[in-house]
Design a protein around this ligand. Structure first.
Ligand code: XIL
Length: 330
């Protein structure tokens, strides 16, 4: 069948997925699936602190460089993920990074990493998941190591450092749990909007918001509230990327065909609604084949223990109904 990539190129959209760089060359079937289906890639883990920073004074860019070489060979863009997050920190982090030196570590990391890839990336997730309504803070910020050591200014410091190190990349704030019409999602979406407004008001260089879109079948549907949010970002001059789309089907019972149909409906309805907005310019799934989805991990696994069918290709790399739904939505 015609690929996601072919449809996206006709539509003037970016469509792609998160990948594991060594598989691109190490597993030919995986490499050709990714080459055929995507015009934009992102590293699932290879450009996080933990992967790049074996020790406080060493950087290891092998995974990221391999990804960029593959993308260049196949005419694909690459997103950087991510420069600042409360997870995937190296084991040496706690104990080495302190209140006194945290700002220096963050800025030096961004200068070095965004500097290394400068001019080659479509966008960077500069700050990932900084909002947490459960923190109880008036500003909605998550109580993360960065917040505790630097204070709320760490976000703008990160964006300024990223702009300086790579003026060409679109600088993105990326978060999850802001998609649907349930109360938790509405609250968090409001806090993300507050954060973005504060950043814009202070002249912080931000170009886009990433809506992760780890969706769950049978949760409240994303709807008008999300579209209002996307449009408000548009009025502020910001693009929106769907950065980590997948459809967790752990609440769906029934046959494989029924599960696949439910997942496909969610892909179709969600992506159709989002790409109708002119400032939604990229759609990336979090992986491409069910063989490697992160959703079989503990909290997100199906209660019956069956592997998740949450991505456009099944574990034999065959297109499932979600593939056709996504393709036809773009
Ligand atoms: C996940 C990866 O998929 C896993 O392999 C890893 O063990 C943990 O991180 N939000 C994000 C991503 O921004 O970086 C996360 O990726 C999924 C949730």
């Amino acid at each position: 069948p015609r690929s996601l990539r072919a449809h996206a190129e006709t539509a003037g959209l970016l469509v792609g997925c998160a990948v594991v760089p060594d598989r691109l060359s190490g597993e030919p079937a995986y490499g050709s699936l990714v080459a055929d289906q995507a015009n934009i890639l992102v590293a699932e883990n290879a450009m996080k602190w933990q992967a790049l920073r074996p020790s406080p004074d060493k950087f290891d860019f092998r995974g990221g460089d391999e990804l960029l070489a593959f993308a260049a060979a196949h005419g694909q863009k690459v997103r950087g993920h991510n420069l600042c997050w409360h997870e995937a920190l190296p084991s040496w982090f706690a104990g080495t990074v302190t209140k006194e030196n945290a700002q220096g570590f963050l800025i030096q990391h961004i200068q070095t990493v965004a500097g290394h890839f400068a001019g080659k990336l479509h966008s960077w997730d500069v700050v990932n998941e900084a909002v947490d309504p459960k923190s109880g803070r008036a500003d909605g910020l998550r109580v993360s190591p960065w917040l505790e050591m630097i204070g709320p200014d760490y976000i703008e410091l990160a964006f300024h450092a990223a702009r300086q190190a790579d003026p060409a990349a679109l600088l993105t704030y990326n978060d999850y749990g802001i998609e649907n019409d349930g109360a938790d999602s509405r609250e968090k979406r409001g806090q993300v909007m507050m954060l973005v407004r504060r950043l814009k008001a202070r002249g912080v260089p931000i170009d886009a918001v990433g809506i992760q879109s780890h969706l769950t079948v049978n949760d409240p549907m994303p709807g008008a509230g999300l579209i209002d949010f996307v449009r408000e970002l548009g009025r502020m001059g910001l693009q929106v990327f769907i950065t980590e789309l997948d459809a967790n089907e752990h609440k769906v019972e029934g046959s494989v065909a029924e599960r696949d149909a439910a997942v496909a409906r969610l892909y179709r309805d969600y992506v159709t609604m989002m790409v109708a907005e002119p400032n939604v310019t990229a759609v990336l799934t979090w992986g491409i084949t069910d063989r490697y989805t992160w959703l079989n991990g503990q909290k997100t696994a199906r209660p019956d223990g069956k592997p998740q069918r949450c991505l456009p290709f099944d574990s034999d790399d065959q297109p499932v109904p979600a593939f056709f739904a996504l393709r036809d939505a773009i």
